[in-house]
Design a protein around this ligand. Structure first.
Ligand code: URA
Ligand code: CA
Length: 433
């Protein structure tokens, strides 16, 4: 087989065989196919697209380019949740203990935040001593015993995806549905879950700006998952404004605790119950979404989800007493209110730019090497649709520097007021194929 023939075939819009796709991914991984041929291949895919069969074969070839996590020693159906990334998205911290409290194993590999989006591991590290460097044996034992554990990205997972992503970044081929869908799904499948719930975000803070694009990506990922034997479904949810009120690590942990106690923001609570119900159904606890939601609400009301959260924090080296007294979490030195200069209704909170404002305070990383400040961030006092009077606070800034004019300016530019209540929506649709 020759790479030049594979490129030509795709360039001409023909369907590639499993062997041809494997030849490409193997050669890319072991370095026998040069970057210029891989780049030409990516551009051909960008213009000619791929069939569902090709997308599934590309995904599996990337899965097998590196290590695959074996969760077979964990009892039960392992359901993973994946979000395409957002601002202030605290759902994993809430979903993990909720699902585990229903005896469904939550065995997740998680990452750190980059740019305007946060990462679950950074948030959990707001508990001093919390660590995700577990051996496979420790991870398996924790999940079998307590149904919950989060482990850091370890080993050599999907190296072909890392190489392809780096090339896509510099060849203008990132925004291609078959390439995005296979990239995301390869990582989920290599991480070992039996079933997958995808939270595909749409809006200003998301990768996919419109509902139609988000639905196309979601459907592509669902079809790949199901073709390779993982029960997969997707929810399209809103990321035109940040999720919940808190953005920043310690602040989001406090928000997650509030939500586990039944006092969380309405949108975060609703998204958690929506995604959680789908997870409960995929785990085989019930086939009714209504019943699944009741089960989840039950473990919030009776306090068992919060008990599970404490157990999780303790198992991985944190102090569970901090859950009862969140003031022990890292706290910022300064609280500054961003005051509205006018009356109106909030019409827009531009999620990605608000995420960047939090990053400027130190809540997120500009580059992978940056350190973050776990204490700092933003709490939104108003959300889209809320009425605002001149002189009221829009946002509270939690900072470890006294001078925050740059952040205040950025927030004011990105929270827009209008004269009437705009339409807003949290869950757009469910996608099963
Ligand atoms: N996230 C990924 O992991 N891969 C993509 O291609 C795009 C977003
Ligand atoms: Ca939040």
């Amino acid at each position: 087989m020759r790479m030049v023939d594979i490129i030509e075939k795709k360039r001409n819009g023909k369907e590639l065989s499993k062997d041809e796709i494997e030849f490409f991914i193997d050669g890319l991984t072991n370095g026998t196919i040069p970057d210029y041929q891989a780049s030409a291949f990516l551009m051909a895919v960008y213009f000619q697209d791929m069939s569902d069969e090709e997308r599934a074969n590309l995904t599996l070839a990337m899965v097998h380019s590196g290590d695959v996590i074996d969760l077979s020693n964990i009892e039960g159906i392992k359901v993973d949740k994946h979000s395409t990334g957002g601002v202030g998205d605290t759902t994993t911290l809430v979903l993990a203990p909720l699902v585990a409290a229903l005896d469904i194993p939550f065995a997740k590999m998680s990452g750190r935040g980059l740019g305007h989006t946060g990462g679950t591991i950074d948030k959990l590290e707001a508990f001093a001593g919390f660590h995700v460097e577990l051996t496979d044996e420790e991870f398996t034992e924790m999940v079998n015993r307590d149904k919950i554990s989060v482990i850091g990205q370890s080993g050599n997972l999907t190296p072909a995806d890392k190489k392809l992503y780096a090339l896509r970044d510099v060849t203008a081929t990132v925004s291609s549905i078959p390439l995005i869908a296979s990239s995301i799904m390869s990582k989920k499948i290599a991480a070992g879950a039996d079933a997958i719930v995808l939270d595909v975000k749409t809006g200003a803070g998301a990768f996919m700006k419109t509902e139609e694009d988000a639905a196309e990506l979601a459907s592509a990922m669902v079809r790949i998952g199901n073709l390779v034997g993982r029960n997969t479904m997707a929810i399209i949810s809103d990321m035109s404004q940040p999720l919940g009120n808190a953005i920043g690590n310690s602040l989001e942990v406090q928000e997650a605790i509030d939500t586990l106690q039944g006092n969380g923001p309405e949108d975060l609570t609703e998204l958690v119950l929506t995604l959680g119900s789908q997870m409960v159904v995929l785990a085989g606890k019930t086939d009714s979404l209504v019943k699944a939601r009741e089960l989840l609400q039950g473990v919030i009301t009776d306090g068992s989800a919060l008990v599970k959260f404490k157990q999780f924090i303790k198992n991985q080296g944190g102090n569970p007493a901090w859950v009862d007294d969140p003031k022990l979490l890292p706290q910022a030195n300064f609280e500054i209110e961003v005051i509205s200069d006018s009356d109106g209704f909030v019409s827009e909170i531009v999620a990605d730019n608000i995420g960047v404002a939090a990053m400027k305070l130190g809540a997120g990383r500009e580059t992978k090497e940056d350190d973050i400040d776990l204490a700092v961030g933003l709490v939104l006092r108003k959300k889209v649709g809320d009425q605002v009077k001149k002189g009221e606070s829009l946002v509270t800034i939690f900072a470890n520097r006294e001078e925050v004019e740059d952040v205040v300016t950025m927030i004011k530019e990105n929270i827009r007021l209008g004269s009437d209540v705009p339409e807003s929506k949290l869950i757009y649709r469910e996608i099963h194929n």
